[in-house]
Design a protein. Structure first.
Length: 371
């Protein structure tokens, strides 16, 4: 039986939180019981922060829904605005109604917000708020019932996913290097916190169209694995065919940071593959042959990242340093179809400064035309 939310454009959703007015400063509490203390004195009940005993005040943040951006397997992402004078755009991720009663999937959305809250990195989408929203769902036979739907609010990335981009135009090497550089950094930051993303793929890499040089953000930590908040049980296979490591097909719980290295290498392979997007399938079985179109040093490094045996793959930092060096040595400017500045691919420059991507970005019907 299908379920639909009664969530519409223009709806206002509100997160109610509590904040300690002193001591803990701006600390926000969502779990009243855990972090605040209700005491009764005379006729008045006093609510204080458990850690510093300062009074607690209630705060509200409201968001107005504008339009759904995407409806995935488990979540729906809406573009929304903060209900204040600035009307800052935000992205709000809700759980799809059919999953509201599934504890593991609910837990998944809450974990995603929790993991993202602990990650502050320019290459990772930032979470601004999280809460639950009372709303109504309707069944196919028009029965309504009240539910409490968890959601979280992120900074809004005005742009396109790398997947959208690849559907309209291949990346030139400048852009490929810029995307990979920023994503290698983001994965390095995640791995240093013992988190494995497990769904690293073009659809989860957003290109921010407002900025120059290009800023790239990693999203969708829905199936990320964290040592600190381990998944109890997942009702589904985690990962996406072409980009998922072989161990993700075999034994999901065995994934490590080297599983993300495989996915990163698969994305790098696709970005550097001027012949177009590779069809879904097992890259290690069918597509490695096609690596022949790449220069030997690049091929050698990519094959290390795509090796079946997880423990033989390097860590993300080592992998990217080697790939970057192999790209700089392989792609002499004369060999490239698109214009590349030698300086931006020279090893010394790559080691020390971020690449300034020189791309002309014009909005197209489905993505950007990169020239
Ligand atoms: N912060 C954001 N700003 C702008 N767009 C976003 C943002 N977060 C997500 N999106 C858009 O929504 C799409 C889906 O988001 P996400 O990958 O987090 O969910 P999903 O794949 O549907 O999730 P799930 O795997 O849980 O079903 C993204 O590919 C992107 O287009
Ligand atoms: Mg996704």
């Amino acid at each position: 039986m299908g379920l639909r939310y009664l969530l519409y454009r223009g709806d206002v959703i509100t997160s109610y939180k509590y904040r300690c007015s002193a001591g803990c400063g701006s600390h926000q509490f969502t779990q009243r019981k855990d972090q605040i203390d209700c005491r009764s004195g005379g006729n008045q009940s006093e609510v204080v922060c458990k850690s510093c005993e300062a009074p607690v005040e209630e705060i509200q943040n409201s968001y107005q829904l504008r339009e759904p951006i995407s409806a995935g397997g488990h979540g729906t992402v809406w573009k929304a605005y903060v209900c204040d004078n600035n009307r800052t755009p935000v992205a709000v991720k809700f759980l799809n109604p059919e999953h509201l009663d599934t504890a593991t999937v609910r837990e998944r959305l809450e974990r995603e917000a929790c993991i993202l809250r602990g990650l502050k990195h320019r290459g990772i989408v930032q979470v601004l708020d999280d809460a639950s929203h009372p709303c109504t769902v309707v069944t196919d036979d028009d029965h309504e019932r009240s539910v409490v739907a968890p959601f979280f609010v992120m900074e809004f990335i005005e742009g396109f996913s790398l997947e959208d981009q690849l559907q309209v135009a291949r990346c030139n090497p400048h852009m490929a290097v810029a995307v990979l550089e920023q994503m290698a950094e983001a994965l390095g930051a995640i791995h240093s916190k013992q988190i494995v993303h497990r769904d690293f793929k073009p659809a989860n890499i957003l290109l921010d169209g407002r900025t120059s040089p290009l800023v790239v953000k990693l999203v969708d930590f829905g199936i990320a694995k964290s040592e600190r908040s381990p998944i109890t049980r997942l009702g589904c296979w985690a990962g996406s065919n072409f980009y998922a490591s072989p161990e993700q097909f075999r034994e999901l719980s065995s994934t490590t940071d080297r599983s993300d290295v495989y996915s990163f290498a698969a994305v790098a392979y696709e970005l550097l593959n001027s012949k177009g997007t590779v069809a879904d399938g097992d890259i290690s079985q069918t597509d490695l042959q096609q690596l022949n179109f790449l220069e030997l040093p690049v091929r050698t490094v990519l094959q290390e990242g795509l090796t079946d045996e997880m423990n033989n793959r390097p860590a993300i930092g080592t992998f990217w340093t080697a790939l970057k060096a192999s790209l700089a040595s392989s792609f002499a400017p004369t060999k490239l179809e698109t214009t590349i500045l030698a300086s931006s691919l020279a090893p010394t420059k790559l080691e020390t400064t971020p690449i300034n991507v020189r791309v002309a970005v014009t909005p197209g019907s489905r993505g950007w035309d990169i020239r």
